[in-house]
Design a protein around this ligand. Structure first.
Ligand code: NAD
Length: 229
């Protein structure tokens, strides 16, 4: 589990543990808990080092949820290439590194589950988030390509793009006036009339990694209250 230190990743970690899975967390700011490892998902050496501990403590990795993410808000004309690169690096290249690093375990097991947390902004676009939307759109594309490539190996790959989910990331963006209104304004434009909860994502992941979900792959499973933006 990447990004398990906060928000959506934390809720997924708690849910999967409650489901009986042994869950390790890789995060830039890991929680002070067992099987939580500090690693930057953009740094392959840090990932491999953490995975050495994970494999020693818990065994091979056959389930991967990529939830580590970094948002960013900047008018495109003012967007520095370094900021573009960092957002692409965390949100897209992080998925590349973590997936490639654990893949041998899944291939060896002849079974695997990969869930990528992308973003509903990949459907609609989002002003001032060109780098983020580009990265998350690419994650959806990567998901579809890998589903075709890895299906024969017994590995499913799906993406879960969240809508507006009540996490520190969302509230920080709201505080900075970057959402084009308050969270409550967005609730009024959401068909189910509430903000999403990290637990909504956790429930979806819990299903997608289950044995029962073995015929579901290459799908972009929106969790957004009916609103694709
Ligand atoms: P969050 O900021 O609460 O949590 C993100 C976690 O990722 C943090 O624990 C952070 O330390 C970790 N992280 C960031 N950069 C990292 C790096 N380089 N290496 C390792 N860990 C790193 O955010 P969240 O809202 O829980 O977001 C989780 C995922 O959902 C992200 O991929 C985000 O883009 C996506 N998402 C969130 C929303 C929303 O409304 N909250 C909407 C769409 C998509």
């Amino acid at each position: 589990m990447t990004g398990g230190g906060s928000g959506i990743g934390l809720a997924i970690t708690e849910r999967l543990r409650a489901d009986g899975h042994a869950v390790a967390v890789l995060d830039l700011n890991p929680p002070d808990a067992e099987y939580a490892y500090k690693a930057d998902v953009t740094d392959r050496d840090q990932i491999e080092e953490a995975l050495t501990s994970v494999r020693r403590d818990l065994g091979p990795v056959t389930i991967l949820v990529n939830a580590a993410g970094l948002d960013g808000f900047k008018r495109f004309a003012d967007l520095k290439f370094e900021a573009w690169q960092r957002v692409i690096d965390v949100n897209l290249n992080g998925v590349f590194h973590c997936t490639q690093a654990v893949l041998p375990d899944m291939v060896e097991a002849g079974w695997g589950r990969i869930v990528n947390i992308s973003s509903s902004s990949a459907h609609s676009g989002q002003p001032f988030m060109a780098h983020y939307v580009s990265a998350k759109s690419a994650v959806n594309g990567l998901t579809k390509a890998l589903a075709l490539e890895l299906g024969p190996a017994g590995i499913t790959v799906n993406a879960v793009p969240p809508g507006f989910i009540d996490t520190p990331m969302l509230r920080k963006a709201e505080e900075r006036g970057l959402l084009g209104g308050t969270v409550e304004d967005h609730v009024q434009r959401t068909p189910v009339r509430r903000v999403g909860r990290p637990e909504d994502l956790a429930a979806t992941c819990s299903f997608l990694i289950s044995e029962e979900a073995g015929y579901i792959t290459g799908q972009i499973v929106g969790v957004n209250g009916g609103r694709n933006t």
